[in-house]
Each structure stands twice: as C-alpha cells, then as structure tokens.
Design a protein around this ligand. Sequence first.
Ligand SMILES: [Zn+2]
Length: 108
Amino acid sequence: MIAHLKLDDRLSVLRSQDRLRNWRSLNDERLCIICKRKFNGRQIEIRRLRNHKYELHCPTEGCNSSPHLWIYPATPLVSYALELDWWRLAGQKHRTSGSEPGAGGQRV
Ligand SMILES: [Zn+2]
C-alpha cells in the first residue's frame, strides 16, 4: 500500500527511515546505485506497513531498492564502491575480528 502523506510528513518519514544520510528538504536528490537513476524526496515511494512503520522504495518501476542503496548524486564513484563493500561486509553472518584468539572464552 502506498501512503499518501502531506509534504511535511513525507520529509519526516524520509528522515526517520534514511538514517545514513541527511535530508534537508524534499528537493534533496539521491542516486540509486541499482537502477542508476536520480530522484528527489518527493518522488520516493513511501509504503505504510501495518505496524505504523514506513518503508522507502526507489520510485523506478521494477527497482524497489531501499535507502541504503541511494547515494548523494555528488558522491564520487570511488566512495560508492567502498560503500557497497561496506554493506556486503555488514551483511555477512559472522564478524571476522581476528584479534581474539581462543574464541569462546570469556572476556575478563
Ligand atoms: Zn532504483
């Protein structure tokens, strides 16, 4: 279900759902790294979930990506590759700390 929100509400939903980046206004633009399209805050698809939560989705038909895959259009390609790496690492099940021998022991 697509939520219809007042513009003020829309901005606060964007801010609460996209904690990685700053939304100053609905005219702020993002570039989706999946479909490579640029859009602004007004175009983002906001879906209302049952538990009074909202979900943000890329406005491009068939794309459906979420805010962590949206970058500032001015972000250079290098840091965008780093960001992708970061998300891949963050998505892994096991953290590799490497600095703790004797895994399973308790910290004193
Ligand atoms: Zn997209």
